[in-house]
Design a protein around this ligand. Structure first.
Ligand code: SF4
Length: 331
């Protein structure tokens, strides 16, 4: 498969009055054509900042991209000026956010909002753009007769479907979805997820799905990257991550979700909190919360290494630098 997006060593910092926040540290990721990559982690792990970096929406004070490359189809998009980036957004890369209301304008009908995006990016007349907008609404299963309604007349799930229609209106090569189902109630979440799965099979759009929910990942992703404190700590295929998770943090994430096939009396959330990004621990950033941590983990940083084809992790246990100990699966 051809690489669509390749991020290499992306580093993003925020220079605030309270100090430097290291939001994203040397993150490397690849999304192949037609593939869905899930980025998983707790709040504050740097997932959204990574996505905003790809969208060209972070590089202004106090945020700064301090290193790395973002290659889209072999072009380093960090070299583009603001005008060129604006053209890229919507046409090549689109993003949908957690709260659909932030993306919708309450004073315009939904068809007008989609048609505007289409008209801005494609050389289409008003009528044609409107017709295409109605087709997009139908694609996300909103009947044409509701096209001339306003956002407040729609339920939460329908609003998110409108947002997806806007994001897909110009056939982007990459769709970034940031917790697209989190603000919705459970049944509606399932419907939106179903819709995204359907779009994935029908369109050629590649997706980057940001979530804290491993259930969502298992439904839709081909590849998975686990983020902790601004870094990728493990990445691999869906199967690698679900069948053979390596990093203690990944195993902790699995341990903190209910398994409907097992009788679990209580969940075991990972103890401790995500570290303050302006005061990150030395060595392995997970060491204050890790059951397997040894002195070495607090002074040296493990390497991000490949342990089987395409399956990477960042932990001394696998480098053989700690006394042989097996990380328990789904701890
Ligand atoms: Fe835990 Fe050490 Fe591995 Fe970090 S390097 S995850 S602290 S065992």
């Amino acid at each position: 498969q051809k690489k669509l997006l390749e991020i290499k060593d992306l580093t993003i910092k925020f220079h605030t009055d309270d100090g430097v926040v290291e939001a994203v540290n040397k993150v490397s990721l690849t999304v192949h054509e037609g593939e869905t990559l899930g980025i998983v982690g707790e709040t504050g792990a740097g997932k959204t900042t990574t996505a905003l970096g790809i969208m060209g929406l972070v590089d202004c004070p106090p945020g700064r991209i301090e290193g790395g490359k973002i290659m889209l189809n072999d072009q380093d998009i960090l070299q583009l000026d603001e005008d060129e980036f604006r053209k890229l957004r919507g046409k090549e890369i689109s993003m949908i956010f957690q709260d659909p209301m932030t993306a919708l304008n309450p004073v315009f009908t939904v068809v007008d909002q989609i048609a505007e995006v289409i008209a801005n990016h494609q050389q289409l007349g008003e009528k044609e753009a409107e017709q295409k907008a109605i087709e997009m609404l139908e694609l996300v299963r909103i009947p044409a007769e509701r096209a001339y309604e306003y956002p407040h007349q729609f339920s939460g799930g329908m609003k998110q479907r409108v947002v997806i229609a806007i994001a897909l209106a110009c056939n982007p090569r990459l769709l970034i979805a940031d917790e697209p189902t989190t603000a919705l109630d459970v049944t509606i979440q399932a419907q939106v997820l179903e819709l995204m799965k359907d779009l994935k099979t029908r369109s050629k759009t590649s997706m980057m799905l940001i979530t804290h929910d491993l259930g969502v990942v298992s439904e839709i992703c081909d590849q998975v990257a686990i983020m902790y404190a601004g870094e990728i700590v493990e990445s691999g295929s869906l199967e690698d991550i679900f069948e053979n998770p390596l990093h203690p943090y990944t195993n902790g994430l699995f341990g903190s979700i209910p398994d409907i096939d097992k009788e679990v009396e209580f969940l075991s959330p990972i103890e401790g909190l995500v570290p303050d990004p302006s005061d990150l621990p030395k060595g392995c950033k997970f060491h204050p919360r890790c059951k397997y941590a040894q002195h070495l983990c607090s002074v040296e940083e493990p390497a991000f290494q490949e342990y089987s084809p395409g399956h990477y992790a960042k932990c001394f246990v696998y480098e053989g630098k700690l006394p042989a100990k097996e990380v328990k699966k789904y701890e």
